[in-house]
Design a protein around this ligand. Structure first.
Ligand code: CDP
Length: 261
């Protein structure tokens, strides 16, 4: 194996290994309400990431000692499927998943009006089906949409993106190779309506100027993603409204639940 520095991540035209410019996001698509049993759900494809989020609640927290008399408790659980990475991932929680679950729970708690639902739990399940770097932000993005789909009152849906440094250059939304061989990765998320930063981590090192450049790019990207989240919700609920208006008869054998095209 050659040295890490021999891996070339940006070519002579300034393009990255997947052809993106330094400030370009990977393709993102969001679908709302993909599960019928959960109170809210969403599916996101973000570059090579495929992530499902499902929400239950607010419901009475159980066992009772987990209840908080003044607010809802937000329990996010991030999980990577065994088949989500190249080397089969050992199933079950590990240090990394525990950390990601904790920071996502804290981020979501900052946007949900938790004080409106004392003694309850809001459970958020994030299942990574395919991972290609940036899964914590993809998961948080999908979870926010799933919360909205569940009708849980909040300040705004959280949106975010990672930025980092590869080949000495600050770039947006690192993919797996860039994450592996780059010099820094900074996951970032905020509440778009208030501008409050609810998730910020840094793996690697950046100068102050590079850090500011990274945050500026991530903030712009988050605003773009915030619109995608809104559009995804509108797509689901305008479709539901149309069905209501035309009083569409259920098709043969269809229970009336969403039919997927
Ligand atoms: O996914 P995210 O960037 O939020 O977290 P990370 O800890 O920086 O992981 C980066 C990427 O490494 C993941 O998205 C996976 O593609 C990969 N990974 C892996 O291949 N095997 C693991 N056990 C954990 C992560």
């Amino acid at each position: 194996m050659g040295m890490v520095s021999e891996v070339k991540l940006i070519d002579e035209n300034g393009l990255r290994i997947d052809g993106r410019k330094f400030n370009e996001l990977r393709p993102i698509s969001i679908e709302v309400g993909i599960l019928n049993r959960a109170d809210g759900s969403a599916y996101i494809e973000w570059g090579g990431n495929k992530v499902i989020a499902a929400v239950y609640g607010p419901r009475e927290a159980f066992p009772k000692h987990t209840q908080n008399p003044s607010k809802a408790v937000v329990n996010a659980r991030y999980n990577m499927a065994a088949f989500s990475v190249d080397e089969r991932k050992r199933p079950g929680p590990d240090r990394r998943a525990t950390e990601i679950s904790k920071i996502i729970s804290e981020a979501l708690e900052a946007t949900i009006f938790v004080e409106q639902f004392p003694r309850t739990a809001i459970d958020v399940y994030i299942e990574v089906l395919q991972a290609d770097a940036g899964t914590r932000i993809a998961g948080l993005t999908a979870a926010s949409v799933a919360l909205a789909d569940a009708g849980i009152p909040m300040r705004d849906m959280i949106a975010g993106c990672a930025a980092g440094k590869v080949d000495g250059k600050v770039v947006l939304d690192l993919n797996k190779e860039e994450d592996n061989y780059g010099q820094a990765d900074v996951p970032f998320a905020l509440i778009p309506r208030t501008g409050e930063v609810v998730l910020l981590q840094m793996d690697g090192n950046l100068t102050r100027a590079e850090f500011e450049e990274a945050i500026e790019m991530s903030t712009k990207a988050a605003m773009f993603i915030s619109n995608l989240q809104r559009e995804a919700l509108m797509t689901k609920y305008s479709r539901a409204e149309e069905r209501e208006e035309t009083k569409e008869e259920p098709k043969n054998g269809n229970s009336g639940e969403d039919a997927h095209e």
